[in-house]
Write a protein of this length. Structure first.
Length: 100
């Protein structure tokens, strides 16, 4: 291979990585927005004496989000792991709000 080919490959890869970086930033912003809503929900639950964990809602989220993920070609196993991580963070945030 020539040096020119190597440089073209590096530039192409760098361009793709910039798109990933931008997508990651968008994902972080979406998660930040979601957690702000989670805190508002926790305040509502606290003020209305509602428990944090709602099994029916969790079942609905898992069912609908895994179906949506499957339709766009994402692994159900992957999206379940992501949703569980988000759910754990949400429960933690709601617990903090409830204890204020």
């Amino acid at each position: 291979r020539s040096t020119t080919d190597d440089e073209l490959i590096k530039v192409a890869l760098d361009d793709l990585r910039e798109i990933i970086d931008s997508s990651d930033l968008e994902l972080i912003q979406v998660l930040q927005n979601r957690m702000e809503i989670v805190e508002r929900i926790a305040e509502f639950k606290r003020d209305n004496n509602i428990t944090i964990f709602q099994q029916e809602r969790w079942d609905e989220i898992m069912r609908t989000r895994t179906a949506q993920a499957s339709r766009v070609g994402l692994s159900i196993h992957f999206i379940e792991k992501v949703l569980r991580a988000i759910h754990q963070e949400s429960i933690g945030r709601q617990t903090d709000v409830m204890n204020r």
